[in-house]
Design a binder for this molecule. Structure first.
Ligand code: PEP
Length: 256
């Protein structure tokens, strides 16, 4: 049985005050909630503060990006070793905002995946099609291309213990989530795609959905058999909404 993971991607939001308040709220509301792994990915500036604030709770620390280099003359970058050193565990790579604004290619994202595995960290590989690609019927083509960049260089075994977040770009931050049936169909496609290389790896793979998940639509999404939690943007900035999403995932797990 897979354990769902709900992860908050704070993006470029936060302050010392907000970090302290939000984590205090989450610790309080989530104590005793069982059946769902929880992680938060604050901006890199607040990772140390967040690490201290989550100590003794079952909230794990995540980060939003990593560089492919381990050290040296790479101004402004953060390495996998640094993330591990600071206590981060789940690292988002390939987010559509980085693919779009920072021109990150499938090949670069695959290198990041490899660097994280080497460092003993958990890659949260974001994939998903744009609205135009969706309308052109290219969802499966885009998702398989983005996964194959990792599968064909590192092999299916690299997905052991890793996470894929299916995030249709048209659903991110738009309030227009994929329907549970749409999301389930793509998640099943992704699991079957990995299973063609290794069925056991595909079976244990955590497949998150991401794209306008909120406290209202989470339960229906998590009731789908191939949706194992969510990567949450906007709603992860509010303790009550994020808590409701975590509880919905825990309930779906306990019901299933
Ligand atoms: C995201 O940025 O990964 C995301 C899913 O954002 P939102 O929940 O705001 O759509």
């Amino acid at each position: 049985m897979r354990h769902p993971l709900v992860m908050g991607n704070w993006k470029l939001n936060g302050s010392k005050h907000m970090t302290a308040e939000l984590i205090a709220g989450l610790r309080n509301a989530l104590s005793g909630v069982d059946g769902c792994d929880v992680a938060i990915a604050p901006p890199v500036m607040y990772l140390e503060q967040a690490h201290q604030a989550i100590a003794g709770s079952h909230i794990a620390l995540g980060a939003q990006n990593v560089d492919v280099n381990l050290s040296g003359a790479f101004t402004g970058e953060v390495s996998a070793e640094m993330l591990r050193d600071i206590g981060a565990r789940y690292i988002i790579i390939g987010h559509s905002e980085r693919r779009t604004y920072h021109k990150e290619s499938d090949e670069l994202v695959a290198k990041k995946f490899a660097i994280l595995k080497d460092a003993g960290l958990i890659p949260v590989l974001c994939i998903g099609e744009t609205e135009a690609e969706n309308e052109a019927g290219k969802t499966e083509e885009v998702c398989s291309r983005q996964i194959d960049a990792v599968l064909n260089t590192l092999g299916a075994g690299a997905f052991n213990g890793a996470v894929i977040a299916y995030e249709p770009v048209w659903a991110i931050g738009t309030g227009k989530s994929a329907t549970p049936a749409q999301a389930q169909a793509v998640h099943k496609f992704i699991r079957d795609h990995v299973a063609k290389k290794d069925a056991a790896v595909a079976q244990q793979l955590i497949l998150q959905y991401g794209g306008s998940v909120n406290d209202k639509n989470a339960a229906e999404l998590f009731a789908q058999p191939d949706i194992d939690g969510a990567l949450v943007g906007g709603a992860s900035l509010k303790a009550d909404a994020f808590t409701a999403i975590v509880k919905a995932a825990a309930q779906a797990k306990n019901a299933g």
